[in-house]
Design a protein around this ligand. Sequence first.
Ligand SMILES: N[C@@H](CCC(=O)N[C@@H](CS)C(=O)NCC(=O)O)C(=O)O
Length: 228
Amino acid sequence: MEDAPSFTSTSTSTRVLYSFWLSSCSWRVRFALNFKGLEYEYKSVDLFEGEQFNPEFEQINPLRYVPVLIDDGIVVSDSLAILMYLEDKYPENQLLPIDPCKRALALQVASIVSCSIQPLHMNSVLESIKKKISEEDSSTWAQTVINKGFLALEMLLKDFAGRYCIGDDVSMADVFLAPQISIAMSRFNIDMSKYPTICKVYESCKALPEFQASVPERQPDAKKSVIA
Ligand SMILES: N[C@@H](CCC(=O)N[C@@H](CS)C(=O)NCC(=O)O)C(=O)O
């Protein structure tokens, strides 16, 4: 009998993250969990193998996307909802500023990345453009939506950023932005020289041990053949 996919096993951990190493949405949650010092069990959902379509995973997230967090029996999917849940339940090492203006800015950055950039270039969208039009058009499309978003973020943050997006404290804005910048450079060859503010923020995030532990290459399901 074949081994059951990892997400079918009965876990005794109180906190489980369903993740895929190359998923930038999962990366946000890994970074936040590390930042808050919350341990978790990692369960891989291999998107290359189509494990998100397995009926057992569909029971956990009917949308069939990662990430999903199960915490003390509470199931939360969608990175923004997970981040809001974590912030409410575990306020230590807070990621949302108290000040309403800074808080709105952090949420705005998170929303721009998670609603107006990443969904427009996710794999299934690019595959569809590739099939219906061409491979070249699909990468031009991805670069266009990322550049549009990064230009807006650069303009939005240039007067607020310090070491991080909002002053010198790590916030939800950094949690969403840093993985997005990383994949923009590595997967879509985005020229970051046009975005000095967000580039500087990314460099600061890269120096954080919590971020370093969340990078794709350090996840249990990382495949050396894909990295090479
Ligand atoms: N809004 C969701 C989006 C989740 C999402 O797009 N996940 C991608 C990986 S980054 C996925 O699971 N894709 C699987 C598929 O397209 O079939 C979030 O922020 O968590």
